[in-house]
Design a protein around this ligand. Sequence first.
Ligand SMILES: Cc1cc2nc3c(=O)[nH]c(=O)nc-3n(C[C@H](O)[C@H](O)[C@H](O)COP(=O)(O)O)c2cc1C
Length: 197
Amino acid sequence: MRSIVLFAPKILIIPGSLRTGSQNARLAAVVAEEFVRADVEVTRISLGDFPLPIYDADLQANSGVPASAINLKQMIGAHQGILIVTPEYNASLPPLLKNAIDWISCVQSPHEERGQVFHERAFAIASASAGRFGGARCLAQLRLILTACGAMVIPNQLALSFADDAYDDMERLKRSADADAVKTMVRQLITIAGDTR
Ligand SMILES: Cc1cc2nc3c(=O)[nH]c(=O)nc-3n(C[C@H](O)[C@H](O)[C@H](O)COP(=O)(O)O)c2cc1C
């Protein structure tokens, strides 16, 4: 049964790697195309455009929250659906991504609860790895962290295994199970994010 999307949500895609040739940035690009095919407005950013020091409560007390954290929070706030596509580092999140989440969770505008930006939108999570598990252990932790921040993380997620051999020469996912998993996650994020508006 097809669900009806009442409002077309705006989607933000955040890759968790800055590396040249990143497998996760590559997957983020493929998923972005799927949103475009679904006629949904999608924005893909780089965390490199939001440089942040390692979180330090003294730094926050003395200098406040850095402008990049405020800008990143506003960027999230301007979208109804957020997709994070991240590498797995030692069965967990890369510090780049965890640090960004920690800073955003500390941004509090007047008349807002702390971390309110996480509460009012739908999140989806994906990972890509050359390994067999596709970063699934990282996704379990990312789901826990986002949920602890008060986010609604959609049930469908994507862990792309053997990512270095996942694409054809047109940069499309060549295994039908992978392409289907992208479509399912994209459809679910659009549906659930559309309901949050
Ligand atoms: C410090 C470090 C730890 C890693 N740990 C894991 C791991 O636990 N599981 C995994 O599948 N890959 C692991 N990898 C390999 C990454 O998945 C691989 O480098 C991947 O390509 C990084 O993502 P990117 O291509 O988007 O930059 C690790 C890489 C680094 C640098």
